[in-house]
Design a protein around this ligand. Structure first.
Ligand code: HEC
Length: 102
């Protein structure tokens, strides 16, 4: 057992999640909150500024702020899977996480 079974991948887990729950407001030609989630490359592979976007996404998802409450919501399991993928991809320690999330 690797302990990683069921973990998301960028292509098969994270992109479909964004496409389902976020893209209506965060596509390149929409960018609510100045946030474009359409062109993101995998963590660490895109331009440096994307790291800030991933961190904001981590914060919004951890705090349950996005999607906005009157919008179609992911299940708690889907949300948790993406949050843990982000935490691992960003290499966040618990204290770094605490600093991001109020
Ligand atoms: C119905 C439209 C809508 C959907 C769907 C939506 N957002 Fe947003 N998002 C907004 C708006 C409007 C703002 C700017 C105002 C605000 O922060 O509330 C925003 C802001 C943001 C920000 C910037 C926050 C900051 O502090 O600058 C991030 C990151 C974000 N959204 C991520 C997401 C993620 C991830 C999803 C999908 C899980 C998502 N959003 C789904 C409308 C949406």
């Amino acid at each position: 057992m690797s302990g990683n079974e069921g973990a998301l991948t960028f292509e098969e887990g994270v992109i479909p999640f964004i496409d389902t729950y976020c893209i209506d407001c965060h596509a390149t030609d929409i960018q609510e909150g100045d946030t474009d989630l359409e062109t993101l490359q995998n963590i660490g592979e895109g331009p440096k500024k994307e790291r800030e976007t991933w961190k904001l996404m981590f914060k919004q998802l951890s705090e349950g702020e996005m999607p906005p409450e009157d919008e179609y919501q992911p299940s708690p399991e889907e949300r948790a899977a993406v949050v843990s993928w982000l935490k691992e991809g960003l290499g966040l320690t618990d204290s770094a996480e605490a600093a991001l999330v109020e």
